[in-house]
Ligand binder design. Sequence first.
Ligand code: ATP
Length: 265
Amino acid sequence: MDNTQSSKEGSLRDLIPINHPRRESLLIREKLVEALKDNVLTPSGLIAHGRGECFDYLFGEKTQDFAKKAIEAASATLLLAKNPVISVNGNMAALVPKELIELANLINAKLEINLFYRSEERLKAIKNVLIKNGAKEVLGVDDELTTIPELFSERRKVSKNGIFIADVVLLALEDGDRTEALVKMNKKVIAIDLNPLSRTSKAANITIVDNIIRAIPLMIQKVNELKNYNTGQLREIIENYDNKKIILDSLKFISGRFQEFSLSL
Ligand code: ATP
């Protein structure tokens, strides 16, 4: 981070009262606005974040039990994976770059950039963010690419050495088409998505209904905890996991919040 950026953030931190109930959320928005200026994000990335914020509000901006259970199953799956890949987009690079690299190092996963609004400038800008934060290798930019069958968006372009051969793909803020296509290719898909109603949430094998800001650090913690488990113990966690139940629990939580709110009027 350069001095201009830190002084901008510094002044913003001073501007938003410490006890402002939306302080953290406003600081995150500012990070995304900076990422937009740096070409890491597109304006639609801001809109996608807004949709996520709305759901996060309903979840009390906290990681709920259903997300904790999904994080545990996801961590076990990543530890058992042979070729795990973390698919990175602009929002992820803007909000959790360091954490993504820490997680990738822990589980020996590759980092691959995959964008809906793909351009050379954005690919380079995102790659730079990851390299600056310590990534040694970033796929999906200047290595050999191939295409995912049946997909027509720019997201169909994947690295031959990354997502194309991956057995497990971790993604977030993803569109349903690609999630469905990856599942059809027999890959285990772990999705972090605050919207339990999205096509991605429905299609993924493991759906973490949580904010990437909290989910990725919690996955790092969980992987560290589970890394001493043996294969049998990790398999047991995965076998006992029921993604449909997790999504239903998140929907029940939301309806409970509406009831709670109506009663408080
Ligand atoms: P689908 O095609 O799967 O139905 P979509 O069209 O809603 O999904 P996008 O418009 O790309 O997909 O939106 C990205 C998704 O990411 C939204 O569902 C939004 O709730 C979610 N999201 C936004 N910000 C975050 C965040 N910080 N952490 C986790 N999820 C987020």
